[in-house]
Design a protein around this ligand. Structure first.
Ligand SMILES: *[C@@H]1O[C@H](CO)[C@@H](O)[C@H](O)[C@H]1NC(C)=O
Ligand SMILES: *[C@@H]1O[C@H](CO)[C@@H](O)[C@H](O)[C@H]1NC(C)=O
Length: 231
């Protein structure tokens, strides 16, 4: 009886000790991404960057569409720039090219075959250049050569715009615009790009009337005129 009690006590202590160790261990394993070790196929190859350089590409020949006329072949493989760049703002473009003239066979409806010549541009050298160029900028933007992008000069306005909940910055026009452009304002109201709400139209009219009347006569008559325009 005593031995059994001692045994149970020992088992209990061991369990507590085990739980304590488990709990004190940092739970790093649950946060780590699962390793793929078990699923890797044997024919796996180490990926190599497809650098920006001329590579064989299939190019559709620029042939005329003529009724009853057949050209052969209609496409060729020619070296042109391909591959990817180290940064999403860069692109692979040719820096040196050469015109290659290909001879194809032109067969007309009356079965007469003749040689036909067509030009294709072959790329000799490629370079990584900015994807966005100065030509892509809108009239309100300026080109930032170092960062390969068109930017707005009015940076303070952009920051102020981003603080406003009702408005969004329009990168193309470099202006702050309302998130919603509500054209469903009720009669007598118009949407204000300033407040981003439907504003009463006659407020503007009243202000104009008061302005034009107040200047020549300040005898209280202008008050009557303003009231009439509101109706
Ligand atoms: C053209 O040649 C093919 C065989 O080469 C023949 O079947 C066809 O009838 C010819 N067409 C004409 C218009 O001569
Ligand atoms: C093809 O290119 C050559 C120069 O390499 C030029 O003389 C010729 O006119 C071009 N032909 C066509 C159809 O554009």
């Amino acid at each position: 009886m005593l031995t059994k009690t001692v045994f149970l006590l020992l088992v209990g202590l061991a369990t507590v000790a085990l739980c304590a160790t488990t709990l004190s261990q940092p739970r790093r394993s649950t946060r780590r991404r699962p390793t793929q070790t078990s699923e890797v196929p044997s024919n796996t190859i180490k990926a190599e960057m497809a650098h920006c350089q001329p590579e064989k590409k299939t190019v559709e020949l620029d042939l005329p569409q003529e009724y009853g006329t057949v050209f052969f072949p209609t496409c060729v493989r020619v070296e042109q720039c391909g591959g990817c760049c180290g940064h999403p703002l860069l692109t692979c473009r040719p820096s040196s090219t050469k015109t290659v003239t290909y001879e194809v066979t032109k067969t007309t409806a009356d079965n007469i075959s003749s040689p036909y010549y067509v030009n294709v541009t072959k790329h000799l050298k490629c370079e990584e250049v900015c994807l966005e160029t100065e030509q892509d900028c809108t009239p309100s933007q300026i080109y930032d050569e170092n960062n390969c992008e068109c930017i707005c000069e009015n940076e303070e306005q952009r920051q102020a715009c981003q603080k406003s909940q009702d408005k969004l910055w329009d990168k193309d026009s470099c202006t702050c615009k309302c998130r919603k452009n509500d054209d469903k304002c009720s009669t007598g109201q118009s949407f204000s790009q300033e407040s981003c709400t439907c504003d009463d139209l006659y407020q503007g009219v009243t202000a104009w009337t008061m302005l034009s009347r107040t200047v020549p006569r300040c005898d209280g008559l202008d008050h009557v005129v303003t009231d009439r325009t509101k109706v």
